[in-house]
Ligand binder design. Structure first.
Ligand SMILES: Cc1cc2nc3c(=O)[nH]c(=O)nc-3n(C[C@H](O)[C@H](O)[C@H](O)COP(=O)(O)OP(=O)(O)OC[C@H]3O[C@@H](n4cnc5c(N)ncnc54)[C@H](O)[C@@H]3O)c2cc1C
Length: 396
């Protein structure tokens, strides 16, 4: 057990971009916080080696209060260069460097449970330590929300798995893999499989593939580009600007918010993937209606009546937020949380219906828009969080 075993004002659960950034902002504001988690573990363990970030350079800095811990500064201090698009391994290293600079007292341990107690929240660590925090910031990412189509229920992991279960797709060497999905993760996984010499086919319900970043010219029109695109890099021209202002975005009627959010983050591949998926068989406009085990293989039946025999189905089918699936949030807390479609309903300060319990990152997207699902939303989230905490209680 870590030597530290004391109550604190704020406990931050998670050490990805949101947890690290919010910790740095809390520290700069003089708010006492304990921060938990393995730094950048989701990126390190649940994304495929060889992947590149879809977000551009300007939208991939992890926000810090002085704007000093940018990718550029990381390169300068470490005397190295990062190619574009940004390779996953370099981004993980950047995140760990950020942690070493800004969140030195990170406790690399997992939180086991959080529940209400008389003075705030009772936090229990996996190693048995217990303490009370007056506030809890959940910045634990999307890992528990991996979405599997129900047709694959009951199929053993050896035959079907979600993309987030893999850190190296070369393990499929010698197999025939069907990738399900049409977003960045599906298309990039397919490219990586093909490049590793693995037989791969993509199947998706979408009638066409969507691409982002194909209109490079629109980004080089000076003032006009600035009017069309925010540096946050979430969504197409115009929408990009709107979703970069979460307080404005959330004032619009819900149907507009939902439609715009979908448009901002609909399944799409980065333009630079196009040449890399050439030659891969892609079946669009069709859905897998049944998956069955056939000896050591997987038999997939599509809605056009055709079948595929494969060794593995890689489900690039995204994530569906449902905060009740965070294993550390107690059942009694879950019952008190006001949610919509699994998302917590949040007010200013990204605070939930349980006073003192905050959610950062993708779970905040129903209340504050799609920006919150991306690294570039951390600046807004951290500022908002710190403002609310310091306004409510002085600095401590
Ligand atoms: C394949 C893929 C590619 C992506 N590419 C991009 C991209 O290019 N650009 C972009 O902006 N976004 C991208 N995203 C979205 C990305 O997931 C989020 O932007 C980012 O991870 C959000 O950071 P986070 O801190 O909320 O979550 P995470 O990075 O997932 O961090 C969560 C942290 O919480 C910790 N944690 C979880 N449970 C506990 C616990 N019980 N106790 C302690 N710690 C815990 C984890 O260890 C982890 O460190 C991508 C997502 C996927 C799946």
């Amino acid at each position: 057990m870590n030597g530290k075993s004391s109550d604190c004002h704020v406990a931050v659960v998670g050490a990805g971009p949101y947890g690290l950034s919010s910790a740095a902002y809390l520290q700069a504001a003089g708010v006492e916080a304990r921060v938990f988690g393995e730094p950048m573990s989701f990126w390190q363990n649940q994304m495929p080696a060889g992947m590149c970030l879809r977000s551009n350079w300007g939208a991939s800095h992890i926000a810090d209060p002085k704007g000093e811990l940018t990718l550029d500064e990381y390169c300068r201090q470490n005397g190295n260069h990062i190619s574009k698009p940004i390779p996953l391994e370099r981004f993980v290293d950047y995140g760990r460097w950020y942690q070493s600079q800004a969140v030195r007292d990170l406790e690399r341990r997992n939180v086991l449970s959080i529940d209400l107690d008389a003075r705030g929240f009772k936090v229990v660590m996996e190693d048995g330590e217990e303490f009370t925090a007056r506030r809890v910031v959940v910045a634990a990412g999307i890992s528990p929300f991996a979405a599997r189509p129900k047709e694959f229920d009951g199929i053993p992991p050896a035959l079907a798995s979600h993309t987030s279960e893999h850190k190296d797709l070369r393990k499929f060497q010698g197999q025939r893999v069907v990738v399900i999905g049409a977003g960045q993760s599906a298309l990039e996984s397919a490219a990586l499989l093909k490049e590793a010499g693995i037989a791969v086919e993509v199947i998706a319900r979408k009638e066409t593939l969507n691409w982002v970043g194909l209109h490079a010219r629109l980004h080089h029109l000076g003032v006009i580009s600035k009017m069309l695109y925010s540096t946050r890099d979430v969504g197409p021209a115009g929408i990009s600007r709107l979703v970069a202002m979460p307080h404005l975005f959330r004032r619009f009627p819900r149907p507009f918010q939902d439609r715009t959010a979908y448009r901002a983050i609909r399944p799409a591949g980065a333009g630079w993937l196009q040449p890399r998926i050439e030659g891969i068989p892609i079946t669009l406009g069709h859905k897998v209606v049944s998956a069955t085990v056939a000896g050591s293989e997987l038999r997939l039946r599509l809605d056009d009546g055709t079948e595929r025999l494969a060794d593995h189905a890689l489900l690039a089918t995204g994530f569906r937020v449902d905060v009740s699936r965070y294993p550390f949030v107690s059942r009694s807390l879950v019952k008190q949380l006001k949610t919509v479609n699994g998302f917590p309903v949040l007010k200013r300060g990204l605070e939930s219906s349980v006073p003192g319990l905050h959610f950062l990152g993708k779970p905040a997207a129903w209340s504050f828009g799609p920006l919150l699902g991306f690294v570039s939303g951390a600046e807004f989230a951290s500022n908002e969080l710190v403002r609310a905490i310091t306004r409510n209680s002085g600095s401590n």
